[in-house]
Design a protein around this ligand. Structure first.
Ligand code: UDP
Length: 308
């Protein structure tokens, strides 16, 4: 198949391409706002790369689409909130039109952020979430929610073959050291013996999924043709950790002299985030395999290598 990967030069994109490059012809569209061309340096001979914003008209002929085009780090998506919203609404609208007129399958990379600051844990796909519509995270949360609505509407109204992956926090090789998310910040700081910046008191929790596990789930969802394939599917690792524990783990695994610096908690920062993955386990026969300590060790090695 000829597959369009939008946002292909980003963290998830480069790892997805690595996984599917031997079986498929790949076209990447990326505006390089957060993705980097060097992330594709191993594949440049095999893929076609188009530098463009998905909000502009897309004219490619392909057999399927993975839409990964949107910055996912709060630091990055909040730096241009209008563009963040536009890519999830205008950009996704363009891609869905391409899927409708070409009669092809399209997968949306949605996010656990659509649950906002959830009152329940773990979060099942049927939970509607608790989202501030006018806060600093809204451009991403509400944009991604609107994108999910459009995906379901295009399926129900036009029978477009859609998939929605709700991706929880993901980490691993390929993460940029200036990404701004917690795993990247902590490892970068620890390797430099700088203090690790914990926002708030560090009791907030997240569930971190190693990128190889995530990619396996994403491809399985893309290929899934069973019951209710258009409905959202949580993809993440249910293993839970708070930020203080994560900081201590990174300090221990890097053998760092770093201490911890407590900084103010950003507005609307979710208290907890854990996927219920029963649906993915049942329908995709998928669950993450990589333990957090092992995954963090591998990510540390990747970061060390990048600094050389
Ligand atoms: N965080 C932190 N220190 C950092 C970066 C993030 O304590 O240097 C916290 C952040 O406030 C949040 C959690 O780590 O509670 C995960 O943040 P991240 O930006 O990685 O992803 P999010 O799940 O918030 O989108």
């Amino acid at each position: 198949m000829k597959i369009l990967v939008t946002g292909g030069a980003g963290f998830i994109g480069q790892n997805l391409i690595k996984k599917i490059i031997d079986e498929h012809e790949i076209i990447v569209i990326d505006d390089f706002s957060s993705g980097q061309l060097k992330n594709l340096s191993n594949f440049t001979k095999q893929i076609r790369v188009i530098s463009q914003d998905i909000c502009n008209q897309i004219s490619v002929s392909v057999d399927a689409i993975y839409n990964l085009a949107c910055p996912a780090s709060p630091k990055q998506y909040q730096s241009n909130p209008v563009q963040t919203m536009r890519s999830s609404v205008i950009g996704v609208g363009n891609l869905l039109e391409l899927a409708r007129t070409s009669n092809i399958r399209i997968l949306q990379s949605s996010t656990s952020e659509i649950y906002g600051d959830p009152e329940i844990s773990p979060q099942e796909e049927t939970y509607w979430g608790r989202v501030n519509p006018v806060g600093i995270r809204s451009c991403y949360d509400e944009g991604k929610r609107a994108a999910e609505t459009m995906f379901v509407d295009y399926h129900l109204q036009y029978e477009v073959d859609t998939r929605i992956a709700r991706i929880f926090n993901t980490y691993g090789p390929g993460l940029h050291k200036n990404d701004g998310r917690v795993v990247s910040n902590f490892i970068t700081q620890a390797l430099r013996d700088e203090d690790l910046t914990i926002y708030g008191d560090g009791t907030q929790t997240r569930s971190f999924c190693f990128v190889d596990d995530l990619i396996e789930g994403l491809v399985k969802l893309f290929e899934y043709e069973g019951e209710d394939s258009y409905l959202p599917m949580n993809l993440g690792n249910p293993q839970n950790i708070n930020m203080l524990e994560l900081a201590n783990l990174v300090i221990e695994l890097t053998d760092s002299k770093s201490k911890i610096d407590f900084l103010p908690l950003p507005t609307d920062d979710p208290r907890q985030r854990t996927p219920d993955i029963s649906r993915a386990m049942k329908l995709l026969n998928w669950e993450p395999k990589v333990d957090l300590t092992l995954g963090i060790k591998e990510t540390i090695e990747y970061f060390r290598f990048q600094d050389r």
